[in-house]
Design a binder for this molecule. Sequence first.
Ligand SMILES: [Zn+2]
Length: 436
Amino acid sequence: MTPLLIRDASIHGLAGRHDVLVEDGKVTRIDAVKPGAQHPSMMGSNGPTSTVIEAEGGLLARAFVEPHLHPDKSFSLSDLPASETAGLDHFARSSRIKASFTAEQVARRARRAFDLAVANGVTRLRANIDVDSIAGLRGFEGVLRAREEMAGILDIDLVAFPQEGLGRDPAAHDLLREALKSGANHIGGWPNVEDGDQAQRAHVATVFDLAEEFDVDIDIHADCWLDERERMLEVIADETIARGFHGRVMASHCCGIECYRDDAPCVAEKVAAADVRVAVIPLNLLDGGPRGMARPHLLRKAGVEVIVGSDNLNDGWYSLGTLNPLDRIYMAVVGGGFRDDEVDAVWHMVSGGAAHALDNRDRAQASAETATDVHVGMVADLVLLGARSRVEAVSQPGGGITTIKRGRVVARRKIEERFPLSGFSKATFRAEEVTS
Ligand SMILES: [Zn+2]
């Protein structure tokens, strides 16, 4: 593979500008650029044979991770005319649309979502796919095809997700087994959809049974509503400890804990003891209000790895969604009650922290927020942004995004330049001249 040289980049944690050399899919060298110098060392040895990207001071960062997306549903809102779903709640509307899925249609829409993710700097993604008596395996087959097309561009986990429940939808059991035999590498769940506490606990137990049977990890929806009666996170933590599944469970949403009173710290400690990772979803609204952020400060203080995902994208559950990690960061800062000087912590939740949560079972390898985001020896899954810093990237994005997967440029997206402040002043001045 041709070496890749990225010249004159800003890197979080390093002062000044740097040249970064990528060889055989890894970062092999980072040299500080001396003011006035013509990139001496790397240009001499590699210049003629390297692909060169002029960063012009743009921020080079570890590529983003999307830990929670439903690509089988993405862009499906218009699959049925609005007249056929009018008056239905989100659950019923989504199920009605799902009934019309074909594998071809899902493959096409999922591919569109994956392309969008990559264009936004994502190189790692976890896909939840409905496997139930309504979708059958059509959604799964469609996403599987789209994943094949993304080989070498986007790494994708497949979660077989019984959206309609297990007690409520017994046919899902065999379908989940089929999906797990056919390439799903995680088992999903959503206990809260079952009728009553006992059925919800049985749902959790069945998910763990399947995880044990197929030796796969768990990625489970829990407590998706902002309601103190949403209580499955603690049950999942208990089951994780009882089954010895530490580090193998991701729970998403977990909004109920926002409403718990005195027992919230106790639940957080249990989640930490089980090493259940928590994916919060700040961009998603439901029933006219925010769904909550699972008290990230409380969970993080207890030692829980909290990460940030997208969830729905223009589907029956949610018509909006941008699949843009920078939007996720912005919304998580606001929705999670972070301070504006905590952008680095939230950035970590969509990059290094999210990658750790998805890939590592071993808590001892827990990823700290590293001082240097890009470093020698790392796999070159990188994103080059037009902004000079993280704060600027989140608050004033512009100038383009280049996504690099294992040392190869896989997407380049031009974003309209921000209007420079000096230009704005001039324009204002001219306007004043005209009116006076
Ligand atoms: Zn979800």
